[in-house]
Design a protein around this ligand. Structure first.
Ligand code: HEM
Length: 262
């Protein structure tokens, strides 16, 4: 048996794959949440729209993105197979509830992961698919090169090649950016309270999934040491279990509240 089939067929091999892909996805979440903070800038979406262009056109990031899609699938399939195997191994004993030996999150990783997978499918359909294959309108921004002040308007000019065109208007000293307006799509999506509620459910699942998953990955990989365990626990709980899900949750809530005042 080759080491590849051996890794995939043993429980330990499966857990190693879960841990490595899970840690990669955790790093992706840090990058994603940091970039999305641009949504809170008061620049009418210029920074966010330019960031989306960079993330989807810069070749090294595009390559990492394909790895990301593969890792999401691998992590999900591997996790579900591992959960099914554990369930079968436990047999009728699975009905005996032993609450004090494991946390609620650790016993429900497969359910939390399934909610997250459903969340990612809906999320990628609404944003990623729309952005790549849908009809996202363009917006024209004019930014003063002396004061940095930004004004914007809907773009109705000749067709644009690609996602963005940028040039400098020397006479007025302004930088003109015509870019696909993903910011407006985001704003419109989060005016829908049902979608906002779905996102909050997703972030609740993310919080519990990461609180257990982050620390568990270090344990599986043998990267735990009495000296560093408190730090791993702290990062697992405060950064991945609380900070990142709360920051993501703040985005739909922010746009929903804004939509009420519009
Ligand atoms: C709630 C706040 C969030 C907002 C506003 C948001 C927004 C976006 C947008 C606009 C895109 C498409 C543009 C791009 O590809 O760069 C995107 C892509 C994506 N998002 Fe999110 N996102 C949020 C949360 C999340 C969470 C919590 C996850 C994972 C659990 C996630 C996973 C993804 C993935 C996998 C992609 C495709 C990335 C790629 O093609 O490289 N997002 N998101």
């Amino acid at each position: 048996m080759s080491w590849v089939t051996q890794t995939f067929s043993s429980t330990l091999g499966r857990k190693l794959i879960m841990s490595l892909t899970g840690l990669f996805l955790s790093v992706f979440l840090i990058v994603h949440v940091s970039g999305n903070f641009q949504l809170f800038h008061s620049d009418e979406g210029l920074g966010f729209n330019k960031y989306a262009v960079f993330m989807t056109t810069f070749p090294p990031i595009k390559v990492v993105s394909y790895g990301l899609y593969a890792f999401i699938l691998l992590h999900a399939i591997d996790g579900l197979m591992l959960a099914a195997k554990n369930r079968k191994a436990r047999g009728p004993q699975r009905y005996v509830v032993v609450h004090n030996q494991s946390s609620w999150a650790s016993r429900n990783m497969a359910i939390l992961g399934t909610i997250l997978l459903l969340y990612i499918v809906v999320h990628m359909h609404d944003f990623w698919w729309q952005y790549k294959f849908g009809e996202v309108p363009y917006r024209q921004y004019e930014q003063s090169m002396t004061t940095g002040e930004v004004t914007s308007s809907a773009y109705n000019g000749p067709a644009i090649k690609g996602k963005m065109e940028e040039f400098v208007r020397e006479d007025t000293q302004t930088r003109v950016t015509i870019v696909k307006d993903l910011y407006a799509e985001t704003k419109a999506a989060f005016a829908n309270p049902l979608l906002v509620a779905f996102y909050l459910l997703g972030m609740w699942a993310l919080a519990y999934h990461l609180v257990h998953g982050f620390q568990s990955a270090f344990q599986t990989l043998g990267w735990n040491h009495p000296k560093y365990n408190p730090l791993i626990r702290f990062v697992g709980v405060w950064v991945f279990g609380i900070g990142i899900p709360l920051a993501f949750a703040a985005m739909p809530v922010y746009f929903y509240i804004k939509s009420l005042g519009a």
